[in-house]
Design a protein around this ligand. Structure first.
Ligand SMILES: Cc1ncc(COP(=O)(O)O)c(C=O)c1O
Length: 283
């Protein structure tokens, strides 16, 4: 079966899908994206991703290419045409195509691309059962990490460093030695006295949709939560650590740099929250 992509109004074979060379996403990274996890053919946490997409577009003053109802139909159609049961759907919206000029062109029309593909849910589940390693490195990003921009160079460099260190994710660290977030995930610890802790929302991190849901799940379990920064040192002494993202859901960490966490096995709270998440997120 051949893959299908949606590009500016048409469903086209994935291997023939293309955008113009003067698309501003290509030339300036002038665009935003969203990723929905697909489980059992359904989009997880759909509404949250729509809300964040609208916010990212608004912050960059890029026009929404269509309304949410229409977009929802197209997203589901791309998933359906690609017969994805467990996987993801990726959406990218850029400011559009125009002769190269830094300033916003007048009357430009946004470009939209949507793709969908399966992911190996069993492999992700195995990683979660076993726990993963993270490394820490300097956060080299710009001052608006709250916008889900396609400009991801520092994130990909961080992830590559993790891969080269045989780790799963890289935690980025601000100038004060405090963890901001992962290259494509939010960072969490459970402190020695059992407080679930994650950095508070600001321009320093992306407001994860999974993060938001996990906070609600923690509240339902009456877990004590603190939204505050934590240092790499505190994380290394924590009872548990984990990451959250649409792709990883809740994935326990068993090693930070060379320090073993939670005795090298997935923490109890992380496992419980992962289970809760899987039960609650399907829309
Ligand atoms: C930098 C960054 N932080 C956090 C997240 C987690 O966000 P979400 O839970 O919405 O997938 C992502 C996801 O891609 C990300 O790229």
């Amino acid at each position: 079966m051949s893959r299908i992509a949606y590009v500016n109004g048409s469903y086209v074979p994935h291997n023939q899908a293309s955008v113009h060379i003067e698309d501003r996403g290509y030339q300036f990274a002038d665009g935003v994206y969203e990723v929905w996890a697909v489980r059992d053919g359904k989009l997880l946490d759909s509404a949250g991703h729509f809300r964040r997409l609208a916010r990212s577009l608004g912050e960059l003053r890029i026009a929404a290419p269509m309304n949410d109802a229409a977009l929802s139909i197209v997203l589901r159609e791309v998933v359906r045409q690609n017969r994805v049961r467990d996987g993801l759907v990726y959406l990218q919206v850029t400011r559009g195509v125009a002769p190269r000029d830094h300033a916003f062109p007048k009357d430009i029309v946004s470009s939209i691309v949507i793709t969908s593909k399966p992911v190996n849910a069993a492999a992700a589940e195995r990683a979660a059962q076993k726990g993963v390693a993270v490394i820490t490195l300097a956060d080299q990003r710009w001052a608006r990490c709250d916008i889900k921009s396609v400009s991801l160079l520092p994130n990909i460099l961080a992830k590559q460093s993790a891969v080269e260190a045989n780790a799963y994710e890289a935690w980025m660290v601000d100038g004060k030695g405090r963890v901001t977030e992962g290259s494509s995930s939010n960072a969490w610890i459970v402190t020695k006295d059992g407080v679930l802790t994650t950095r508070s929302l600001s321009n320093d991190i992306l407001g994860g949709i999974t993060r938001e849901r996990v906070l609600a799940l923690a509240a339902a379990r009456q877990i004590k939560v603190e939204e505050r920064s934590f240092s790499v040192e505190e994380a290394k002494q924590a009872k548990e650590a984990f990451i959250t993202s649409s792709m990883n859901l809740v994935t326990p960490i068993t090693k930070i740099d060379t320090t073993s966490i939670a005795g090298g096995t997935p923490g109890e709270m992380a496992c419980a929250l992962r289970k809760d998440y899987l039960q609650s997120a399907a829309t």
